[in-house]
Ligand binder design. Structure first.
Ligand code: COA
Length: 160
């Protein structure tokens, strides 16, 4: 597996991957519409194929993970991508890495906490509002759980 930054060279392939995984390149994060064709990222490449992708943006000392996907689960791709973004955040002198996930995503909620991220906020009903901007967001998510809220996690880099 090769881990490569998102650049103009692979941007189209990355955009297609994001559209396929998240229904469009527009992501609603805590009520904000984020244009995913403009965020930075790290791609896990298996030959010419994307096996995993983490996107992020850095602003005001916060490195925010805007998406994380692995197509080959359980092989360490997700962990490696998170480790790499933490290294980037550190190199950019960020104070923390943050990430938001939905209430149905029990696997991601466990995944981030096991990797040192702490639950800092519940955005109650935020997905019900997000659906007004992005109707493609399904009503029912993983494990048959209604998708309604967002949970915000953060990893303080000074603690590490
Ligand atoms: C969350 C996600 C990125 C993890 O990626 P990954 O490549 O499987 O990550 P890793 O292989 O490094 O580790 C995955 C962990 O889940 C476990 N795991 C792997 N596949 C699993 C599965 N199908 N069901 C349950 N657990 C699984 C692994 O054993 C490992 O366990 P650990 O946390 O106890 O160490 C991936 O599951 C995914 O893409 N999910 C869908 C999108 C998503 O939810 N993104 C996060 C919200 S932004």
């Amino acid at each position: 597996m090769r881990y490569l930054p998102v650049t103009n060279h692979n941007r189209q392939q990355i955009n297609a991957f994001i559209s396929q995984r998240w229904f469009s390149t527009q992501m609603i994060i805590r009520g904000e519409s984020v244009e995913m064709t403009a965020v930075e990222g790290i791609a896990a490449m298996d030959g010419d194929e994307i096996a995993g992708l983490l996107t992020y943006r850095i602003s005001d000392g916060i490195c925010e993970i805007t998406s994380l996907d692995s197509l080959r689960e359980g092989l360490g791709i997700g962990t490696t991508l998170v480790e790499q973004v933490i290294a980037i955040a550190r190199a950019e002198n960020c104070e923390k890495v943050s990430v938001t996930t939905t209430n149905d995503n029990i696997h991601a909620i466990g995944f981030y906490q096991k990797r040192g991220f702490d639950l800092v906020k519940l955005h109650h009903d935020s997905i019900n509002h997000a659906r007004l901007l992005k109707p493609e967001i399904p009503l029912i998510g993983q494990n048959g759980i209604p998708i309604k809220h967002e949970l915000e996690f953060e990893l303080l880099l000074s603690d590490q």
